[in-house]
Write a protein that binds this ligand. Structure first.
Ligand code: TEU
Length: 553
């Protein structure tokens, strides 16, 4: 059993760490959904040249790296999460030259590139799978998960696809079922097969040699399945009515990531971040287990607890402190509010007319917590979920479950650059409808307004980068979400910063008798440079304030 050390949020940074080599700890990562960022060629879909054209924007935002959702060749049944050539770029996004140009252009601006690697499954059109399904004797049969039918030709067991229905698809020609944890066009590979594993590691090396700085690894907790394909036990939890015991979260998966870490370690300054996919409410202990002892598996692992939380200071506090309590001593947390699979945070947090005030509180939280912040494109301008008609839905999951669940497109709408036609995203026929607030909420308008959410984000990012307490310091909670307020210190050596966040729409009093000279660093309401001699003051509804300790009285 791995030992969990419950004080990691106060742990000191490791020795011999220079900021450059651990940029993935101390930097800020921005997720781009390439279809929706910027369309350079007028086909209605975002592309790599589009990202290159927006590098100045990203550089002004001062983020340290971009994670691109998949850009490899794909038939797009799951919009790129079904790869048919891991070494090529899909023509909809450009070509390898464009990608190399992006790496070079980004690096010149000190922005690193993180690729999405989808290695739990391939496309059903991948040559490996085409070969594998030829016959039960194919040399690549063992590269995927094939099984004989159960009784009466039924599927081998009760495992369910994440997107609905059985996880098994019958293949008439070769006389067996194959496993697909997602769509039937996404057959699961067999990571127990040494040849398959070596082929996957070769792909990783290929991109490392091409100068990629890291990988976001899709659904890492699903890579290994029960060898005996046992049925999942029954559970009262509505998700599939199964305890997800045998189709994912197997302990032996960790061996793969220890081996991967050895590969990664031979390339300096590279990183991995794993998507540990769990259903709400999230499972921080499982997520943290992918960090191994802290330095021998993945560099970072997502925990989705915070992404599943609604607007409750107490709930949010609890999930943050729980997450930190599971991080191994040598490990490092990362934090995320939104991604391409879940509703946008501003929509999830609600608040009607007050949603943009809440967005500021959430932004200060994300950018002052301990751990690498991940910002999903458009969050910095306050993009919301788009409302879609059935005919507009592209996501296969949305098409399947509409109107009960509209799928993931609402959070994937095109970036709102300006109030021009198509929000300045494309001159062509836009692939997915825009959110209808784009005339108000867009980059151009917010760049010109000193008090916009965009400029609020920019300031927060700069402050985080300027203060060691914020990017590498300890996290010491003071107000734990009761009464709608979260407050904590971030400390590094003699630098101390106090952060207070009012999640409520009421005026409140903070009375903390920490005497000293305190100066406001940044705030939604207080004047910058305002001084206090102790942390006792009133705070406004939805106030978010950072205060720096200058010294003793
Ligand atoms: O997500 C894992 C995943 O299980 C979610 O897609 C989840 O099922 C969905 O949000 C429920 O609606 C990863 C990727 O992030 C996602 O985009 C892919 O579709 C999926 O894996 C398959 O590769």
């Amino acid at each position: 059993m791995k030992k969990i050390i419950h004080r990691s949020h106060n742990s000191k940074p490791l020795k011999n760490e220079d900021k450059k080599s651990v940029w993935w700890k101390y930097g800020i990562i921005y997720q781009i959904y390439p279809r929706s960022f910027y369309d350079s060629n007028g086909d209605g879909v975002g592309d790599i040249q589009g990202i290159i054209q927006k590098l100045d924007y990203l550089s002004e935002l001062s983020i340290d790296a971009i994670w691109l959702s998949p850009v490899n060749t794909s038939p797009m049944y799951d919009f790129g999460y079904d790869i048919l050539d891991y070494r090529e770029i899909d023509p909809i996004f450009g070509n390898l030259n464009d990608f190399h140009q992006l790496i070079e252009g980004a690096h010149k601006k000190n922005i690193r590139i993180i690729m999405d690697m989808v290695m739990n499954h391939t496309s059903h059109l991948h040559p490996w799978f085409i070969e594998s399904r030829k016959s039960a004797n194919s040399p690549k049969r063992g590269w995927y998960i094939w099984a004989d039918p159960g009784r009466n030709k039924r599927p081998p067991n009760n495992w369910r696809s994440a997107f609905g229905g059985s996880a098994w698809e019958w293949d008439e020609k070769s006389g067996q079922y194959y496993l697909h944890s997602f769509l039937k066009q996404q057959p699961d590979v067999n990571w127990r097969n040494e040849e398959l594993k070596a082929a996957m590691f070769d792909i990783i090396k290929y991109w490392l040699n091409a100068g990629v700085d890291g990988f976001r690894l899709d659904v890492v907790n699903w890579f290994i399945k029960d060898r005996h394909l046992r049925n999942n036990p029954f559970s009262l939890i509505p998700h599939h009515f199964q305890k997800l015991r045998y189709d994912r979260n197997r302990k032996s998966v960790h061996k793969i990531f220890r081996e991967l870490r050895t590969v990664m370690n031979s390339y300096p300054e590279r990183m991995t971040v794993g998507e540990v996919f769990t259903m709400p409410p999230g499972d921080p202990s499982l997520s943290a287990s992918y960090l191994g002892k802290g330095d021998d598996e993945l560099h970072l692992a997502f925990d989705f607890s915070l992404m599943y939380r609604f607007w409750s200071a107490r709930q949010i506090y609890k999930c943050i402190s729980r997450w930190y309590s599971h991080i191994p001593e040598r490990g490092w947390p990362c934090n995320v509010l939104s991604n391409h699979d879940q509703p946008r945070s501003i929509t999830r947090f609600g608040g009607g007319n007050e949603s943009k005030k809440r967005a500021r509180v959430a932004a200060m939280l994300l950018l002052t917590l301990k751990g690498t912040p991940f910002i999903y494109y458009g969050e910095e301008i306050g993009m919301k979920n788009t409302k879609l008609k059935k005919k507009d839905i592209k996501d296969p999951v949305g098409r399947l479950y509409w109107p009960l669940y509209t799928g993931r497109d609402p959070a994937r709408s095109p970036m709102q650059w300006s109030d021009e036609t198509n929000a300045g995203f494309t001159k062509g026929d836009i692939w997915l409808p825009l959110c209808n607030d784009y005339k108000e909420t867009n980059v151009r308008k917010e760049s010109e307004d000193t008090y916009s959410l965009l400029n609020f984000y920019k300031r927060l990012i700069k402050l985080r980068k300027e203060h060691k307490a914020l990017y590498m310091g300890s996290w010491e909670p003071v107000l734990k979400g009761y009464d709608g307020i979260i407050a904590y210190f971030r400390k590094f050596q003699d630098e101390t910063i106090f952060i207070v966040l009012n999640f409520s729409n009421k005026r409140k009093k903070v009375q903390l008798h920490y005497r000293g000279q305190w100066k406001v660093l940044f705030s939604t309401h207080k004047f910058i440079h305002e001084h206090f001699i102790e942390l006792s003051f009133k705070i406004s509804p939805y106030e978010a304030t950072m205060i720096k300790r200058l010294g003793d009285l």
